[in-house]
Write a protein that binds this ligand. Sequence first.
Ligand code: 13P
Length: 241
Amino acid sequence: MKKLIAGNWKMNGNGDTAEAFDNDMEEVLNKYSHVEWLICPPFPYIASLSNLQRGAQDCSAYDRGAYTGEVSAAMLADMGCTYCIVGHSERRTLHMEDNKLVRNKVKQLLSHNIRPIICVGETLEEREAGQAYEVVSRQILESLSDNITSENAVLAYEPVWAIGTGKAATLCDVTKMHGMIRDLLKSSLATAAKMRILYGGSVKPSNAAELLNADNVDGALIGSASLLHEDFIAIGKAVEI
Ligand code: 13P
């Protein structure tokens, strides 16, 4: 499977910037097809992408009905989304999302053939207390549904303390955690043993080559650097062929 270079625009951008970004990427997508490119803009701008693969940043845990403000997996499929981020730490913290809710969202997405990008990661306090692996493994075991396979979903390890801080995890921290996640998948979720594991948290052009070519790092989930197309492209280009 190709490495996945995924941009999470969070609540940034507008219709014009999304269209311009998409246009600027057209040539790149053909030239650097050794990686898989994806952008997850805010819901209203998903349709502004026509060259880039479309993803969403969240979806409802429900199928349809009286859920004001929610967007269902069926609607995302209708919009041409192939991936959807779930369980991002900003949603876990700001919207009190727990593993059970994330798991229900995963089920919804899989039933509409959208690949969930399931985010996991420990806080600084948890890491300092020596609980990083315990927290991450619990998030994985409780958030993944039974019908997960290596192909139909993606994990993203995003340590909370590395998100938006400019301080990415060290190569040593990343390879250690990704290796432990790989072992956990092999031992507990055999159907998902080869699932791609992305790293996220202050990925930028200057650290991309080191992080993206490490063992068990199958791509990146990029926040602020994905808003600048030069940086986003530079990160994808850093993946060795
Ligand atoms: P930054 O790349 O801005 O640290 O954000 C990472 C992230 O949250 C991607 O989902």
